[in-house]
Design a binder for this molecule. Structure first.
Ligand SMILES: [Zn+2]
Ligand SMILES: [Zn+2]
Ligand SMILES: [Zn+2]
Length: 157
């Protein structure tokens, strides 16, 4: 049976708790719950779709069915910036960001591994590299020309 997100009904891979589409935390029996970054005794219900910060019901902000943290910039980043590269590690994301910055692009990169509640979880947490939407095509062309973009790192959708 395919698991789906309790919040947005997107399919979830085996063992995945953080929905990539909306940020909702989906509990799995027998696994420790993910804690709220501000209230470690409270279970997180969602993680910011931009920075990945895990938050309880009191801390999470939701907008159009997505979870955001309290940083108002993150909502505008989600709307105005697009993912051009999905790195497997912080090291790889740093390398991509550095190349883009050297070519004059503004880059935003957030890392779920830096949040206490999600740092230890075993599921794969990609490190998305974001660029302003209006320059995304240019950025993708640059990464392609440098042979840095392959099928596994293509942004979704
Ligand atoms: Zn979801
Ligand atoms: Zn955030
Ligand atoms: Zn909280």
């Amino acid at each position: 049976m395919t698991r789906i997100c309790r919040h947005c009904s997107s399919p979830l891979g085996p063992g995945i708790r953080l929905c990539r589409a909306c940020g909702a935390v989906n509990d799995i029996p027998d696994l420790d719950w993910i804690e709220c970054e501000h209230h470690p005794t409270e279970p997180a219900v969602g993680s910011c779709v931009v920075c990945g910060k895990p938050m309880c019901g009191d801390c999470a902000r939701s907008a159009e069915g997505l979870f955001f943290c309290e940083d108002p910039e993150h909502r505008s980043i989600f709307l105005g910036w697009t993912i051009v590269y999905e790195a497997d590690s912080v090291f790889e994301a740093d390398m991509i960001s550095k190349n883009l910055e050297q070519a004059g692009f503004a880059v935003r990169q957030f890392d779920k591994h830096r949040h206490n509640g999600t740092a230890w979880i075993t599921e794969r947490l990609g490190v998305p590299v974001r660029i302003q939407r209006n320059r995304a095509e240019e950025a993708l062309q640059l990464l392609r020309s440098m042979r840095l973009l392959d099928d596994t790192n293509k942004p979704e959708g």
